[in-house]
Write a protein that binds this ligand. Structure first.
Ligand SMILES: Nc1ncnc2c1ncn2[C@@H]1O[C@H](COP(=O)(O)OP(=O)(O)OP(=O)(O)O)[C@@H](O)[C@H]1O
Ligand SMILES: O=C(O)c1ccc[n+]([C@@H]2O[C@H](COP(=O)([O-])O)[C@@H](O)[C@H]2O)c1
Length: 202
């Protein structure tokens, strides 16, 4: 297991959960954009043991962690196996445990627009909305489905405009912000379909 990350009091930490099967330049692009635009101190990649909504078994955790470390090399980004350590797969449970472990940290949940589109299918998604600020990054073909999704509509009153993105981490939840960052069409599905897992790490 990887060492438990250290956290300074009042740090703002973005959490990018994912299968990373494999990690790619789309993940790198949204991580760099989120660091800057949401003014985060750091970002942790949470390499998930398994997405609860996906039946497909991902590549072994060690392979995904190693590939993630090769692809995402940045002093303020840490690759973690926290969900394995916490024995969680549901995001709400992961967030509850992290908030209890690091009560002075300010966590922000990060995700692509495709996940906002189906967010209302996640376990305890309203708890997440009401307890953790959420930063959403544009993804090709998913901007409209994300922005018009059930979760977006129900929590429209809690949406921060993009020009206020820098306030998200310190905002009281519910608070979410959609950023129209330059988009990358990279996807793990496409890389797997090409049989390119581990060959290029891009
Ligand atoms: N190109 C991209 N642009 C914006 N967000 C992305 C992009 N690729 C991945 N993400 C986001 O990164 C997080 C982790 O994604 P994940 O590891 O599932 O990669 P993926 O390419 O979506 O995988 P798959 O194709 O297997 O579904 C998710 O919140 C996802 O929305
Ligand atoms: O908690 C849930 O119900 C839930 C449902 C779907 C996805 N997630 C999380 O969302 C993150 C992105 O998943 P993925 O497979 O799109 O990379 C990852 O951390 C998953 O564990 C969480």
């Amino acid at each position: 297991m990887l060492p438990r990350p250290n956290v300074r009091p009042y740090e703002t930490i973005g959490l990018l959960g994912g299968s990373f099967d494999p990690p790619h330049q789309g993940h790198v692009a949204i991580t760099k954009a989120a660091l800057t635009l949401f003014q985060l101190d750091r970002i942790w990649w949470l390499v998930t043991p398994g997405n609860p909504l996906k039946s497909r078994q991902p590549a072994p955790m060690e392979d995904r962690l190693a590939a993630a470390r090769r692809v995402m090399d940045h002093p303020r980004v840490q690759i973690t196996d926290i969900e394995t350590r916490l024995e969680t797969t549901y995001t709400a449970r992961t967030l509850q445990k992290l908030q209890a472990m690091y009560p002075k940290a300010r966590f922000v949940w990060l995700m692509g627009a495709d996940n906002l589109a189906q967010f209302d299918h996640w376990k305890d998604w309203e708890w997440i909305m009401q307890n953790v600020p959420i930063g959403v990054l544009a993804r090709p073909g998913q901007r409209i489905s994300g922005r018009t999704s059930k979760a977006a509509n129900i929590y429209r009153h809690a949406q921060l405009p993009a020009r206020a993105a820098g306030l998200l981490a310190r905002a009281q939840a519910p608070a979410w912000c959609f950023l129209n960052v330059p988009m990358s069409d990279a996807s793990s599905t496409a890389i797997r379909a090409k049989g390119a897992w581990g060959r290029s790490d891009t």
